[in-house]
Design a protein around this ligand. Structure first.
Ligand code: MGD
Ligand code: MGD
Ligand code: SF4
Ligand code: MO
Length: 698
């Protein structure tokens, strides 16, 4: 037995906190993973999920050899094959398709790892060289990102640590305790020093119940709330006229727009008491320093981009940016000087301009035939760092696409996910403990390096190695296909980050201003905070932020059929669909639940613990009802992206969500969805279930 030793790494997950990890290793096995006490933002603490990362890595169900399908698509029956056989088969199939039209090949990936090497380097080189279709990676944050870009000039904002000094914090569209725990520590610090915390969220989350105030607005009404707040700031003259004059663009127009939103109108749209809106405006207008921790929950609806724009105007109106503990933070990602061209080598496209498909509309796109407008039918799909069968909206269509007999599907995975079950070939991928990577963060401003703690398990390879090997099989002989994983790590930031310091400490803090917009200097075309965006107006869009009702707002769809709004926020102990197969975490999470307000439940004769069917025109989903105050009247909360095969009847909540897009950024609208709910009566014979409609529904 060798002595145990520690290796410093980085959490790979799609979470603003990007923690520094310490893995204790003995005899080639990761014994445990804990938070690095030397990294200020991590402060020695990890969330419950990643504390179980060693359990996840050494999970008995890891995919450890290449697999070839022997059953029907989706059945999940495979036989092990050699790497040579797998690579030969993939290269042969892709070469044949590419000879006809390389755009019939579609890569599909997201942030299963946020690592720059395993997430967006050799893979992109490979697909660029091939001339495959491009993918718009929109499934999470593009509406908010584009909104920030058009308002502040980029994914920039407050330095997260200064929230600890704020006197008022609006936690807006974010369940910090569940989804970025380390921010909550700072909010608690602020509160101990006397700050007031306000949570703005339709759901009474763990975070909402611990704040001083909870504004439980209807989903998709945040822009109306922001405009109503502006109305009050104007009427009471809680404005910083000097800041507005010197550092903003379009105030006369925005002022006129906001004056159309008296508190009564805004509160009615939001479904909140008008006094609550007035009180919030007074607090925002009169407290210094005041800050907003905005998160992506607000932008998963039709008007998500406009909502983020409206909210991002609030700090400039009151001059909140003047203080380092004032302003707003949605994403800090724009601070990182990543050399994406060096990693991804767009020049390998050699002048070709392949079509781009949107990852949100995968369901529709897999079912499309070739046409002049669409281009070639998708014939091959290469999935990595993502589990689209579970996470993409409107899964009935996604599944119909994945079971197509004429689709060749390769999935690079650590586990037999719902998506892997539909693959022709599954390739075993390493976890973060087994490979090199380098990271940015979107909730702080440190670069992190991930060193492998253990050797790859079984025959697992890193994504970068897999794409290197595929490139070699396909005869791609450009020198960039020789770069190994460590070399790719070095290329990510070039000389902009000190490599030796990274090797030594595992992280390097970027040099960023304490209060980025204290004296204006917004990186927009005008150099100002753009209330009015000429760029948006030039695209034929509204140059000012406005309230854009949900696609499936009250009154838009036939309300009698689907009267309830459904939101689908993450489960605390899963990360999107990752960790659902980790038994200890699944035990805490329990089972798929639908939270309902007592009045909506009573109207349908539903009690807690009862099996219900949630449905709309797109699909139908069974889970247990949990009746209580976490849900507001008129809104039901379907928690977590469960693996379909681990949920009742092999479905999850994305059976119901739609492929409609946001106003900006072509993003998903997971929280913009209408449904009906009915109880399911289980007959003595468990196979025959009778659905009972109460009189309230008809
Ligand atoms: N434990 C855990 N942590 C996670 C994740 C996870 O799955 N589990 N996912 C990670 C990822 S990929 C991301 S993008 C982030 C996601 O985390 P967030 O950016 O925080 O986004 P959501 O979880 O979608 O929504 C956050 C909150 O917004 C609320 N919400 C829904 N609709 C609206 C609305 O219209 N207006 C307002 N004001 N609020 C609304 C939801 O009820 C939820 O509590 O978290 C990351 N962290
Ligand atoms: N209904 C509903 N749906 C949602 C959301 C919601 O709030 N509600 N949230 C949406 C959001 S915000 C996001 S970001 C998406 C996320 O959706 P995805 O990006 O698909 O994220 P995960 O579900 O975590 O799946 C990531 C997969 O990547 C694998 N993986 C991790 N590391 C590696 C690696 O190094 N190599 C390879 N080959 N594989 C790896 C993991 O095993 C896991 O199966 O889901 C979206 N879907
Ligand atoms: S998921 Fe977030 S909070 Fe948890 S360890 Fe990773 S970065 Fe930290
Ligand atoms: Mo996300």
């Amino acid at each position: 037995m060798t002595e145990a030793h520690d290796i410093v790494g980085a959490c790979p997950h799609d979470c603003p906190d990007t923690c520094s990890l310490i893995t204790t290793v003995q005899d080639g096995r990761a014994l445990r993973v804990r938070g690095n006490p030397a990294h200020p933002h991590t402060a020695g603490v990890l969330c419950t999920k990643v504390s179980r990362y060693a359990e996840r890595t050494h999970h008995p169900e890891r995919v450890l050899t290449p697999l070839r399908r022997v059953g029907a698509k989706g059945e999940g029956r495979f036989e092990p094959i050699s790497w040579d056989a797998a690579l030969d088969e993939i290269a042969t199939r892709l070469t044949a398709i590419a000879a006809r039209d390389a755009e019939a090949i579609l890569p599909y990936s997201y942030c299963g790892t946020m690592g720059l090497v395993q997430g967006e380097s050799m893979d992109r080189r490979f697909f660029h060289r091939l001339g495959a279709s491009l993918l718009e990676r929109t499934i999470c944050a593009t509406a908010g990102a584009e909104a920030l870009n058009h308002t502040l000039g980029g994914k920039l904002g407050m330095q997260v640590e200064y929230f600890a000094e704020s006197r008022l914090i609006l936690i807006w569209g974010s369940n910090a305790i569940a989804s970025h725990l380390h921010f909550w520590r700072l909010a608690q610090q602020a509160r101990r020093a006397g700050a007031r915390l306000v949570c703005i969220d339709p759901r009474r989350t763990e975070t909402a119940e611990k704040c001083d105030e909870h504004v439980a607005l209807l989903p998709g009404t945040d822009a109306a709330l922001a405009l109503g707040l502006m109305h009050e700031l104007i009427v009471h003259d809680w404005l910083d006229h000097d800041y507005i004059e010197r550092h903003t663009l379009g105030w006369p127009q925005l002022r006129e727009r906001a004056l159309q939103w008296p508190p009564e109108r805004a509160a009615a749209v939001c479904g909140i008491p008008v006094q609550q809106l007035r009180d919030l405006a007074r607090a925002w207008g009169t407290t210094r320093p005041a800050a907003i921790r905005l998160n992506y929950g607000v932008q998963r609806c039709a008007g998500g981009g406009n909502a983020v724009r409206a909210i991002a105007c609030l700090p400039a109106l009151t001059g909140a940016w003047r203080h380092r503990a004032g302003g707003l933070l949605l994403s800090s990602g724009g601070n990182f000087p990543v050399d994406r061209a060096a990693l991804q080598r767009p020049e390998l496209l050699a002048g070709r301009r392949p079509r781009t498909l949107n990852m949100v509309t995968l369901g529709d796109d897999l079912l499309r035939e070739s046409s002049a407008a669409f281009g070639p039918k998708v014939e091959a799909l290469i999935v990595y760092n993502s589990n689209p069968v579970a996470v993409a909206p409107e899964s009935p269509k996604v599944v119909r696409g994945f079971v197509r007999e004429d689709l060749f599907t390769v999935v690079l995975e650590q586990f037999r996910t719902d998506t892997a079950d539909h693959a022709d070939i599954v390739l075993p991928a390493t976890t973060q403990l087994e490979h090199w990577d380098i990271h940015l963060a979107y909730g702080h401003t440190d670069v992190l390096l991930n060193r492998p703690a253990i050797a790859p398990l079984g025959q697992a390879w890193s994504n970068a190695r897999i794409f290197r090997a595929l490139a070699a099989r396909m005869g791609f002989d450009e020198p960039c296909f020789q770069d190994d994983d460590e070399a790719l790590c070095r290329q990510a930031y070039g000389d902009k980050v000190d490599w030796d310091e990274l090797l030594q400490h595992g992280f390097v803090s970027l040099k960023v201003p304490e209060a980025p917009f204290a004296d204006g200097g917004f990186p927009t075309p005008s150099g100002r905070c753009e209330f009015y965006s000429a760029r948006l107006a030039a695209q034929g869009l509204d140059g000012l932020p406005d309230h854009v009702p949900n696609h499936e707002a009250v009154g838009v769809m036939p309300e009698g059929d689907y009267p309830l709004a459904l939101i689908t926020p993450p489960a605390r102990h899963f990360l999107n669909s990752s960790f659902v197969n980790v038994q200890s975490l699944r035990s805490i999470e329990g089972e798929p639940l639908l939270e309902m307000h007592p009045c909506d439940a009573a109207a349908r004769g539903i009690v807690s613990g009862q099996m219900v069917r949630v449905f709309n025109a797109r699909g139908s989903y069974h889970c247990k009802a949990q009746v209580g105050e976490r849900a507001r009247p008129g809104v039901v909360n379907g928690l977590g992206v469960w693996w379909r095969k681990l949920g009742p009847r092999g479905t999850n909540v994305n059976e119901l969500t739609s492929q409609q897009l946001t106003d900006l950024g072509r993003g998903p609208t997971f929280h913009d969805c209408r449904v009906q709910v009915e109880r399911v009566v289980v007959a003595p014979d468990p196979v025959t279930e009778v659905v009972e409609r109460s009189t309230a529904d008809v």
